[in-house]
Design a protein around this ligand. Sequence first.
Ligand code: NAD
Length: 246
Amino acid sequence: MGRLDGKLALVTGAGRGIGRGIALELAREGAQVVVNDLGAEDCEKTAEAVRALKADAYTAPANVSRFDEVDRMVEHIEKMFGPVSILVNNAGINRDRRLVKMSEAEWDEVIAVDLKSQFNTLRALAPRMVERGYGRIVNVSSMSWQGNFGQANYAAAKAGVIGLTKTACRELAASGITVNAICPGFIDTEMTRSVPEKVWDIMVKKIPAGRVGTPEDVGRVVAFLASDDAAYVNGEVINISGGMVL
Ligand SMILES: NC(=O)c1ccc[n+]([C@@H]2O[C@H](COP(=O)([O-])OP(=O)(O)OC[C@H]3O[C@@H](n4cnc5c(N)ncnc54)[C@H](O)[C@@H]3O)[C@@H](O)[C@H]2O)c1
């Protein structure tokens, strides 16, 4: 018996990294998982790993920054696989550059993928959850929402995620829906592997736990927030950082 038995979860950007870790932890708790990412092949890799845990997995490739594409994806998922009870808005990118050098495209792309995508999925799924009187939504922000050198676009998007989360909580809580945000600290994924070695070492020194986080560290917290154990946790912002402060 798992805490998420019989629940269908949609995890965006779950082809690798934190999203994959979340998909696996939700599956370990008994959820069926719909894996979203840009490409079908990446979705399938995570779906295979979920199935290896003896859980059901489906794939739904789509670019979540596009409103219409998300609408069609949600329609397809619910028609083919059933009602989605758990939504994890994880897809994200970074395009780091100092503000004085940042291009309009770098700004627009990050706002679209890291912030607008979360409006898109909420807009498509929240009315369905309201009708059913149940939902668990976890939005992935970042500790960078407080401001971080070279991340004006990313910090603005991730701060926006917190405003979106707290507003959605106020509007949806009465319908049996929780909406919480998580702020991972420094987690070992391809996104962080792209930082120069010197920056990596500086970051690790800032972590009281003495190690970088893993996608599973994040996934276990998401599994809790997605469960009925967290039914009265709503509109919160939870750091998962090994004690790191920015
Ligand atoms: N790694 C960290 O230390 C860290 C820290 C704080 C927050 N985060 C956040 O966690 C989330 C996952 O990050 P990660 O480190 O696993 O990154 P990652 O780059 O390893 O994985 C991100 C995944 O999202 C997918 N994706 C990108 N754009 C998409 C789109 N438009 N539609 C669908 N899928 C898309 C990518 O293909 C990729 O599989 C992001 O929102 C990121 O901002 C990461």
